[in-house]
Design a protein around this ligand. Sequence first.
Ligand code: NAD
Length: 438
Amino acid sequence: MKIAMIGTGYVGLVSGVCFSDFGHDVVCVDKNPEKIAMLERGEVPIFEPGLDALIEKNVAAGRLSFTTDLPAAVDGAEAVFIAVGTPTRRGDGHADLSYVMAAAEEIAHAITGYTVVVTKSTVPVGTNRQVEEVIAKANPQAEFDVASNPEFLREGAAIEDFMKPDRIIVGVQNDRAAQVMADIYRPLYLREFPIITTDLESAEMIKYAANAFLATKITFINEIAALCERVGADIKQVSKGMGRDGRIGNKFLHAGPGYGGSCFPKDTKALARIGQDHGLPMQITETVIKVNDETRRRMIEKITDMMDGHLAGKTVAVLGVTFKPNTDDMREAPSLTVIPALIGAGARVRVVDPQGRREGEALLPGVHWMDDAYKAAQNADALVILTEWNEFRALDLKRLAKRMAFPAMADLRNIYSAQDARRAGFARYVSVGRSDYR
Ligand code: NAD
């Protein structure tokens, strides 16, 4: 099957590469010529474990190619996926659909023969119908259907998630489009990963409802963590005890510095906006957004308190700036709130991240990039763990404490314990939802 993937970012690139691995003929399109040039040179513009090898394999097999020429890619394609960004629109929280609609218009002029135009981007309810209208208006002769196929992959585990999804959601209006979608996903379907076929609106809603639910779960445990600190409970024990309940489940139940990333912040805001537009405020989601902002602020207070309120002239070593491990994505990362606040209070900030520097250099002006945690800790007055990369999970705490000017650690991912830190010689240790010591 011939597929065109419009938008070669975290979702489009992974989806396109995985489809080619299924055996389909895939052309990935992006309007960013640098991205395409890199891919054509065999370089991967994002960090995603396993992606480079899968690209190499499928390019070599002749099933995968990259271009900036959208019309050429769409010409003759049986399915065209729209996987462009849908960031928050400035000012009102609504998803910005300008990239989706621009892509739809371009696709309209390039369609030849029956084509299913599939929206993979996360879009508000009603967008697929708008895409349909845009195409029909731009090219009344076009023979096409639209389909909604929201994506649930997680950055850092994207290939595994795409190849072994809990479910595939396909929103369609007729059997013909459903059949094309079934043919595309047949390799997964044969391996018993279920395709759930819905109407367009339900498919669009599933994605927002799922993301808002997960953001709520994270925020709930973060709020319980704040209360644990007040009452002397330990959030790790509480999460474990809650998570063993099959009705609750143990995933997304880890307290931390608040959710970030390219999806939860913008999708919760977009859902809240959809509710307001329809006269039905999404009260839970609106509260989640507020509590998450407060959680971020609480982290800054924690670090400040740990340093007795004196950050001016102090050196702080921050471990991890990406919004989570195994990605280079910095969008809405907690580091983007925490680090500027530290610098604003007069601290000198050193930063270590295995993949964050490429994106982070422009986003975090004034920090000093270092290549390992021990060097960053040399003569530092505080150590802050913001992202739980594997290489920060088994640090030699003794070695770290020894080289610091003042051994204080804010472990905002609860990797270590007060006991570990004390034993290693740390004078202060703060974490999230557990007793600190000083
Ligand atoms: P991204 O910003 O990494 O990639 C989008 C790409 O689209 C960019 O490379 C951009 O240059 C390109 N583009 C924009 N307009 C174009 C056009 N007209 N023609 C060709 N290329 C164009 O975005 P992303 O993180 O991959 O997200 C894409 C969509 O998928 C969003 O709606 C997002 O909400 C959704 N999503 C993302 C994730 C994730 O983990 N990143 C997971 C699930 C769903």
